[in-house]
Design a protein around this ligand. Structure first.
Ligand SMILES: *Cc1c(COP(=O)(O)O)cnc(C)c1O
Length: 362
């Protein structure tokens, strides 16, 4: 099976060379817009590409406003701060996520709490969330993540958050272009964060964005990303301790060129998923119910940890890059003492899942 898988992936990419897990796709448009930005000299904290990029992404995601940030991690940090997360608060997230989710909670001096995921969505399980809240009481906020671009059961999670008085902040770093019940991810919460890191579905080099349906929160986010400077033609006065979290104009220029390609990239990712589904059958990690995934990172499930490790070794030895999912957050030194419930689904996935090459070109 391993050799057939490597041969199949090679045939899909039409390449005998090393095949990366993910890589961005650029053409002349990226050169055009970044050159235009450089020629204008406005490459940094002032310029039209930032607000144009924010407007485009907000419209695509169906949110009222978007605020561009330096990266997805600080976008999430700011989103949590705007949701009122502060020192000593408990914030629920999932153990199966990239480290940035848990770190952003820590940046608020809050305590991450880990609740298990569902096996099919790989995102936070509403049942396990409710179970945890019933037993343990109040938490300040809940941060589900749409793993590898597959939407979690976000509307059920939202209902539970409302019932227990917790703020909801979605980590949508991996889910630009993913919809749940026909609505783009990020629309269920107070604020949601995107990432435009080099390995995401579109990139600005480094970058992130916050999505809001509340204009007041968006205004506040903008203010805090720009050192909380009170707008004035010459005066430097700051209303509070803000951040330098604003996306530079040169990154937004790259983002504008990338954004034009998003629909075509999404279609290509779906085509790739169709091919993988046909080949891997039941092992292929597919779109969950009621969801339309962006298929950002595609994945297969092996029988157990031993077979997973053998598959990882064989594919990487043979020039096809694959990787396991992340070490669970609760098993890392700095988060090992954080409260958590039963995490058997996350463990089950960690033992079996392997991400396979997922990049596309137009
Ligand atoms: C990529 C990613 C982020 C943010 O990453 P940045 O590199 O800071 O843009 C946050 N959470 C998850 C789950 C991610 O995959």
């Amino acid at each position: 099976m391993f050799k057939e898988a490597v041969d199949f992936i090679r045939s899909v990419y039409g390449s005998g060379d090393f095949i990366a897990l993910h890589q961005p796709y650029f053409d002349n448009r990226e050169l055009e817009l970044t050159s235009e930005c450089i020629k204008s000299t406005f490459v940094s904290s002032v310029g039209k590409f930032v607000s144009d990029f924010e407007d485009k992404v907000a419209e695509f995601c169906g949110v009222k406003r978007a605020v561009a940030c330096v990266n997805g991690t600080n976008a999430l940090h700011l989103g949590l701060k705007l949701a009122g997360v502060a020192e000593g608060d408990k914030v629920v997230t999932q153990p199966l996520t990239f480290i940035a989710t848990a770190n952003a909670i820590k940046y608020c001096n809050a305590e991450p709490v880990f609740v298990d995921v569902d096996r099919d969505t790989m995102g936070m399980s509403p049942e396990k969330l409710e179970d945890f809240l019933k037993k343990n009481g109040f938490v300040k906020a809940v941060v589900p993540m749409h793993t590898f671009g597959h939407p979690c059961r976000i509307s059920e999670i939202r209902d539970i958050c409302e019932k227990y008085g917790a703020k909801l902040v979605e980590d949508c770093a991996e889910s630009l272009g993913s919809f749940y019940n026909g609505i783009h991810t990020g629309n269920w919460s107070e604020g949601a964060s995107l990432s435009f890191n080099g390995n995401k579905i579109i990139t600005t080099g480094g970058g992130g964005m916050l999505l809001f349906n509340d204009s007041k929160l968006a205004d506040r986010a903008k203010h805090l990303t720009t050192q909380a400077k009170i707008p004035h033609r010459w005066e430097f006065r700051h209303s509070e301790c803000g951040y330098n979290y604003r996306m530079p104009n040169i990154n937004a220029a790259l983002g504008m060129a990338q954004f034009e390609k998003l629909p075509a990239l999404l279609a290509k990712k779906r085509e790739l998923a169709d091919k993988y589904r046909k080949f891997f059958g039941g092992r292929f990690v597919d779109e969950p119910k009621n969801a339309r995934s962006n298929f950002w990172l595609q994945a297969v499930l092996l029988d157990d940890r031993k077979q997973r490790d053998e598959f990882l070794a064989y594919t990487n030895d043979n020039g096809v890059m694959t990787r396991p999912c992340w070490c669970l957050m609760n098993e890392l030194e700095m988060f090992k003492d954080c409260p958590h419930g039963d995490l058997s689904n996350a463990k089950w996935i960690e033992d079996r899942l392997v991400n396979i090459p997922s990049w596309v070109r137009l």
